[in-house]
Design a protein around this ligand. Structure first.
Ligand SMILES: [Mg+2]
Ligand SMILES: [Zn+2]
Length: 178
């Protein structure tokens, strides 16, 4: 079964510079939940890998993060989609963990858990660190312009990384190629 890895903030839901701290602040980007459902329908397993430094910063606790993810899963289920796993990094930039993107720790644990390698597995994000983590794990980075995507693009990204307007367009391109 093919696998795809998604960043959360700015890819599935509206990003906020003030962090997403409550279920109410978690609002899907138009079309993103339907795009995930299309991936499922096409046989993809969908995994989310996300930095959530708001936890380390004391802005939300892990229980609240779980409630946010329950909302995401619930709304996604209503759209006919499903996320297989959510791997999050709760640490801050100074914690020197190996799971905060641009490091690939969460990608590597996923590969270990599923007993696969991530060569060529699409990984969609809106930030340079998503691209860097995907590359470090051997996955295939894809950038969307939603969230921080426009800024990321303006600052420059590595050659050869495909860019799409949003998750809907990225998924359409991916499924069309097959
Ligand atoms: Mg993001
Ligand atoms: Zn971490």
């Amino acid at each position: 079964m093919p696998l795809i890895i998604l960043d959360r903030d700015g890819v599935i839901n509206q990003d906020s510079d003030d962090f997403i701290k409550s279920p109410a602040e978690w609002q899907p980007i138009d079309g993103s939940l339907e795009a995930i459902a299309r991936l499922n329908y096409a046989g993809y397993r969908v995994v989310v890998i996300t930095n959530q430094s708001g936890v380390a910063r004391g802005l939300l606790d892990v229980e609240t993060l779980t409630r946010i993810h329950n909302k995401m899963r619930r709304m996604l289920a209503q759209a006919g989609g499903k996320i297989e796993a959510i791997l999050f990094c709760p640490h801050g930039p100074d914690d020197d963990c190996d799971c905060r993107k641009p490091k690939s720790g969460n990608f590597d644990s996923l590969a270990k858990r599923l007993r696969i390698n991530l060569d060529g597995v699409p990984a969609i994000g809106d930030s340079l660190r998503d691209i860097q983590a995907a590359k470090a794990a051997g996955a295939k980075p894809i950038l969307v312009r939603t969230g921080k995507g426009e800024k990321t693009l303006a600052a420059g990204i590595p050659d050869g990384v495909p860019v799409y307007d949003n998750l809907t367009e990225a998924v359409s391109a991916l499924l069309e190629v097959e």
